[in-house]
Design a protein around this ligand. Sequence first.
Ligand code: CIR
Length: 259
Amino acid sequence: MNERGLPLAITRPVSRSIARCELTHLTRAPIDFDVACAQHAAYEVALESLGVRIERLPEAPDLPDAVFVEDCAVVFDEVAVICRPGAASRRAEVPAVEAALAARRPLAHITAPGTLDGGDVLVLDREVLVGQSRRTNAEGVTQLRAALTLFGRTVRTVPVTGALHLKSAVTRVGERTLLLNPAWVDPAAFDGWSIIAVDPSEPFAANAVWLEPHVIYAEAFPGIRERLEARGIPVLTVAVSELAKAEGGVTCCSLLLKD
Ligand code: CIR
């Protein structure tokens, strides 16, 4: 989140072609489209319950991964960086997201041969961490750095192993607290942060939406929920079982900004 205006979440409905989504680490499993839509609607309600206004983009029936808007842009106070997703099948998702952001921020673009997925970008105040994943390449990082240097933001790369994106492996859940899967990203990269490490049996448990002070979090991981609450972090749980089969988590279903 950035520091101006009222909180807004850009979302996009679950595509009816989601069964053809990109998959990298998971084996394809049947996705119940109606349940996925209901879960996505409940996720939007959770955001609204925390005072976030929803701007829903039109459905893109032929773009299987369109619900995962996070990968199409990274929004800062000063600029919205329009991504060039690493998966070619996802690049047609970008124009609708760009159109929604054009009136709200100056735009910068990641261009070929650069690739950058928004899911690889974790903003920790002025420092911007970028996962070195299969989806984000060195040229994409160079272009992101060039777009942000002007604004005094620093960009640092972090190796990611075994996860789709950096934010599959680590997300912020408090002023100085991160939720992290040490099998996928090295905690040593986050010096000075208090780390809640997920259990090896729940590798996907490190993805959470932080809407200070609240966290929106998948109901599938009650153990972590208890640990967050024990630290005084209020947690809203949502069911995301169907989108999880498409390798989506809670962060990837919205682009959060202040409007
Ligand atoms: C993909 O592989 O691109 C989609 N099936 C899932 C994208 C999830 N996005 C994210 O975690 N930021």
